[in-house]
Write a protein of this length. Structure first.
Length: 297
């Protein structure tokens, strides 16, 4: 029974994070990207604050980690989520998820630079397969990468790079900080900052926001941000980090299927083939053949 519950929760995380991309796509239909990202976090913040109060955990980072707190607020929450919202104005939700699934590769690269972790040859091959497949997906899906589409793709990849860097720096400098502390105040400040910046620069007409966009923002704030977060860190205590990290390989599959259904676009054989190659390549970076065979000892 415990194994069945763990498996179901694993699928819940994959599904909630897989639907995040469609939620962002619907939200930015009538809400500009800065304002949309800010509203999502402002919706999520009270729940995180409630969890902190219930668990009697501080929402403040240790004083010695103030610089790290600023880094997390800006480089994990504020800038990347604006870039994701901006990119999804021009890029399909399924393709956005596939682009973002490259994040573990950047984690591998940054881990080698900052943590001196070894990169195996098979991981280099996996990176080449993954990014080669990603290029073919972009090419075969009819993206001609005009000005808007090109900057949308670049924005999503930069968000993936920034998240990867933040994960590695957190492992190096913030491992002792609790999960609720790590998320609560940065989400609140990032949400307020993004929303106020959106009001100043985007001048959103909140009265004209569609019901669909409000529902998407509510879903992103309550389910994808808070619910996905709670289940993910519940599983982190019960599963190997390597096994759990395959969430980043599996959720793009959900995202592609759900996005294709919602947007009414057929899933071609080429998309299936290159998506499988992409995810297989990125999976190799997480489970290098040399380590499995004991060659890297």
């Amino acid at each position: 029974m415990a194994g069945l519950v763990t498996t179901l929760l694993f699928l819940v995380v994959c599904l909630s994070w897989g639907t995040t991309w469609l939620g962002i796509k619907i939200a930015v239909e009538s809400v500009p990207p800065l304002t949309s990202a800010g509203l999502r976090f402002l919706i999520a913040f009270p729940l995180f604050l409630g969890f902190a109060l219930i668990r009697r955990e501080s929402i403040f980072f240790p004083r010695k980690n103030f610089g790290f707190f600023i880094f997390v607020t800006l480089c994990y929450f504020s800038v990347p989520y604006y870039l994701l919202n901006y990119g999804e104005q021009y890029v399909a939700s399924g393709l956005t998820a596939l682009l973002f699934s490259s994040m573990p590769v950047f984690i591998l690269i940054f881990s080698s630079i900052f943590l001196r972790e070894k990169i195996f040859f098979s991981q280099v091959v996996g990176i080449a397969i993954g990014f080669g497949s990603l290029f073919m997906i972009i090419k075969t899906q009819g993206l001609h990468l005009d000005y808007s589409e090109l900057f949308g793709v670049i924005a999503i990849l930069i968000a993936a790079v920034m998240h990867a860097l933040c994960y590695v720096i957190t492992k190096q400098r913030g491992a002792e900080i609790g999960v609720i502390t790590f998320n609560t105040l940065p989400i609140g400040i990032a949400g307020l900052g993004l929303f106020m910046t959106g009001l100043a620069l985007e001048h959103p007409d909140l009265a004209s926001v569609t019901q669909r966009s409000w529902l998407a923002l509510t879903y992103l704030g309550l389910v994808a941000s808070v619910g996905g977060f709670i289940v993910y860190f519940f599983l982190l205590k019960r599963l190997s980090p390597v096994i759990l990290s395959f969430v980043f390989i599996i959720f793009p599959v959900f995202a592609v299927l759900i996005g294709a259904w919602y947007e009414g676009t057929p899933i071609s054989r080429q998309l299936i083939l290159y998506s499988m190659l992409l995810l297989a390549g990125f999976a190799i970076t997480k489970l290098p053949i040399e380590r499995l065979l004991g060659w890297g000892r």
